[in-house]
Design a protein around this ligand. Structure first.
Ligand code: PRP
Ligand code: URA
Length: 217
């Protein structure tokens, strides 16, 4: 398929409500709803991405006869970066329910000046050679975390296809991904234009990891 950037909220749908609740400073205090809304958006993007897979026709026996159905020939591997991406990842594997998963531990190392570097500590993954990988993470802010992780993976494996999915992406983050990973397929629920000096997306939703799992010390 041609390289593209899919933005979910360009089309009005019930997903707008899930996004609005994630952003709403009052509603997002409900941790369960905050995680659940990310999960629901993960399910919706999984559905959209599933349209890009390869399908073949097979017969399914019903109690009354034989039905011809088109089924995907593969399940992608679904990866995320701990910890904020976990609820979004759950949505993907709810729909890709036979998929393998990969997990990455990475964090921002903030200097006194406020500048930060990304430290990728560990990538725990199944074999990825020749497979389709969906890297999903709630926030694509500068894009540095996801680009660094994808480059490490691409140095080791020839993937069939690489998808990056985010709940909220910044315009700058998308540009960084495009500049460094030209063949990637990008999927976001919404795109925001601004970032703070500490690289938080504006208006964004705040700190996704803290809202889902509690304030990090
Ligand atoms: O695009 P970038 O500028 O690299 O930032 C994106 C990263 O920030 C968020 O994690 P966060 O740093 O909040 O950590 P946490 O998941 O441990 O809370 C998010 O889940 C990404 O991993
Ligand atoms: O806006 C942002 C950027 C990075 N991490 C977050 O949790 N939020």
């Amino acid at each position: 398929m041609p390289i593209h950037t899919f933005i979910l909220n360009k089309t009005n749908s019930i997903a707008n409500q899930f996004l609005a609740e994630l952003r709403d400073v009052n509603v997002q205090q409900d941790k369960y709803r905050f995680r659940k809304n990310q999960e629901r958006l993960g399910e919706i993007l999984a559905y959209e991405i599933s349209k890009t897979l390869i399908y073949e026709t097979t017969d399914v026996q019903t109690p009354l006869g034989s039905a011809s159905v088109n089924l995907a020939t593969e399940q992608p591997v679904v990866a995320t970066i701990l910890r904020a991406g976990l609820p979004f990842h759950q949505g993907f594997i709810n729909f890709f329910d036979r998929a393998d998963s990969a997990f990455v531990t990475a964090c921002r190392k903030v200097k006194k000046s406020g500048a930060f570097t990304i430290q990728v500590d560990h990538i725990s993954n199944p074999g990825l050679e020749g497979r389709t990988l969906i890297m999903c993470d709630t926030m694509l802010a500068t894009g540095h975390s996801i680009v660094m992780v994808c480059k490490e993976i691409l140095a080791q494996y020839n993937l069939k296809a690489l998808h990056i999915a985010a709940v909220i992406a910044s315009t700058e983050g998308i540009a960084h991904v495009r500049a460094n990973l030209p063949k990637v397929q990008l999927w976001a629920c919404a795109v925001d234009d601004e970032m703070t000096s500490k690289a938080y997306i504006v208006p964004g939703l705040g700190d996704a990891g803290d809202l889902a799992f509690g304030e990090k010390v």
